[in-house]
Design a protein around this ligand. Sequence first.
Ligand SMILES: NC(=O)c1ccc[n+]([C@@H]2O[C@H](COP(=O)([O-])OP(=O)(O)OC[C@H]3O[C@@H](n4cnc5c(N)ncnc54)[C@H](OP(=O)(O)O)[C@@H]3O)[C@@H](O)[C@H]2O)c1
Length: 284
Amino acid sequence: MIVITGATGTLNGAAVAHLLKRVPASQIGVSARNPQRAEHLADQGIRVRQGSYDDPAALRESFAGADQVLLVSSNDLAADVAAQHRQAIDAAVDAGARHILYTSQHAVGPDSPYLPQTIHAATEDHLAASGVAWTALRHGFYGTIGDLIGPWQTTGTIARPADGPFFWVDRRDAGEATAEILARGAAYNGPVDLTATAPVTLADFASAASELSGRDIDRIVVDDEQWVADEVAGGVPEPTARFTLSMFQALRTGRFSRSHSKLTELLGRKPRSLTEQLAEETSV
Ligand SMILES: NC(=O)c1ccc[n+]([C@@H]2O[C@H](COP(=O)([O-])OP(=O)(O)OC[C@H]3O[C@@H](n4cnc5c(N)ncnc54)[C@H](OP(=O)(O)O)[C@@H]3O)[C@@H](O)[C@H]2O)c1
């Protein structure tokens, strides 16, 4: 059996949807904090059990019988996320999993200025010490493009701090590649980079937005402290603004520029392009 956490979310929800095309529903289980949110999966014959990273006993019960366990990275900002990940890994080991997979991020490292990357690095260390075969799915950046580049349709600009090359992936592609890895069943025993074919910068987002809209969308580089001040003036709490700023600072280090063809190989096609994703998002 393959048990998946985060299946009520976008990334691992896509992984489950694609896994259903590859293995019978009776071989899939999900561990959900709120099983009611996974009723659509139970309706398709998937085993749904309650499990939270804060409750090791429930986690072990929800992982019982799993050969492979896919762990989503926690988005619980108020919690000790690294400790949650350690508990989830330990529960999978205790439940007898042969292969543990974890949704990490491209170019993680303890030296990154961006906190999630240091948490992913610590989690990968715990996986490596678990004694169980493991795979860290090092995805490129993903999410809602509008959250990253701001209200370009009304302002005609992408006004953000200085950035650097990074990989932007579609969560449906990332989920599909994850399903393929699960269906193949083989562990990488380490990290696997799941990036798009070429890195992008916010200037490329501006080009894609210009192409789509038929207008000139300018990329404006805003001074770091000015950007934080503008965000705070707009009602964003300062710690949140500084957290986002640290992501731009990490992009500038160049640590995200190295690409890998694994995502394309797993999909058997090119990943969805930035322009395709932006077109879909702006047509909604
Ligand atoms: N690489 C990137 O660029 C990037 C960007 C954004 C986020 N992320 C990370 O990637 C993860 C998946 O992304 P997504 O877009 O699928 O997010 P999402 O749609 O918000 O879904 C997150 C999923 O993780 C589950 N979850 C979160 N914290 C948990 C915990 N402590 N214990 C058990 N389940 C937990 C949620 O369960 P519930 O249904 O119970 O809430 C939900 O199913 C996020 O959780 C975040 O850590 C990465």
